[in-house]
Design a protein around this ligand. Structure first.
Ligand SMILES: Cc1cc2nc3c(=O)[nH]c(=O)nc-3n(C[C@H](O)[C@H](O)[C@H](O)COP(=O)(O)O)c2cc1C
Length: 227
């Protein structure tokens, strides 16, 4: 009975973490304790994967390595465009809608203010001020089912951090300068870089951190048959 009660409490904690997770785009300089990070990494290892191959490869940078990486990425982002996958035309309205919410409503930068928007986008490569950054990789020889496992791993990690008060922003932008990441973090060439993730404590006063980005109704994404 006691076990059952504990299970119920745990389920509510999970719901709170799912609902409470939002992408954070301004972090406090406060460091994340290493034992807390290790606890979350241990939980994330429970993610399922095809043949249990556990294909996620994470490189986490703190301290001087984080600072050096940030400097290199910021310099690159000022000089050249990142190489990030281009969205197909019929998905582009999602990016425009999101930009209106994050940069318009959240940061008060109108769409016509090209310089202001660019400066806000460039903050991706400063990890939005986060003291930790993770780079998410996978073996180049693996395919879509293994990418699914990396996604499941990442969400498990993100929710474990959220449940402990630590926020994140998953960022494809961080994969935009792969040569810098390979060099600065000594990432083996056998790995593809999928995305990055800023990790830290959210600045509670930054309006864009308080956004609740909407979602489709379930029926847009799910087809239920014979039930
Ligand atoms: C794979 C992936 C890549 C993303 N890339 C970026 C990014 O480069 N920069 C950014 O600010 N947010 C990025 N995001 C965050 C999304 O914009 C965000 O998850 C989405 O708008 C929903 O908002 P929410 O996370 O606050 O619920 C990314 C999220 C994912 C899962």
């Amino acid at each position: 009975m006691k076990g059952d009660l504990e299970k119920v409490v745990t389920m509510y904690d999970l719901d709170a973490a799912i609902n409470g997770r939002h992408s954070i785009r301004k972090f406090l300089p406060r460091p994340v304790p290493k034992d807390l990070l290790m606890e979350c990494l241990a939980l994330a290892q429970h993610a399922p994967s095809n043949s249990n191959i556990q294909p996620w490869r994470m490189f986490i940078a703190a301290g001087t390595i984080h600072d050096r990486l940030k400097e290199a990425l910021m310099a690159a982002s000022r000089e050249s465009e990142p190489s990030v996958p281009v969205l197909p035309e019929h998905y582009k309205h999602f990016r425009i809608d999101l930009g209106a919410q994050v940069y318009g409503v959240g940061m008060g930068i109108p769409r016509e203010d090209k310089e202001g928007r660019r400066a806000a986008v460039l903050r991706n490569w400063e990890f939005f001020g986060a003291p930790l950054v993770g780079i998410v990789c996978i073996d180049k020889e693996l395919g879509p089912p293994d990418m699914v496992a990396v996604g499941m791993y990442l969400q498990t990690l993100v929710l474990s951090l959220t449940a402990r008060g630590v926020s994140t922003c998953v960022q494809v932008a961080l994969a935009g300068y792969p040569e810098i990441l390979y060099k600065e973090l000594s990432i083996p060439r056998q790995l593809s870089i999928i995305c990055g993730m800023s990790i830290g404590y959210a600045d509670p006063d930054f309006p864009a951190n308080k956004l609740n980005i909407g979602r489709n109704p379930i029926e847009n994404n799910v087809t239920i048959l014979g039930y």
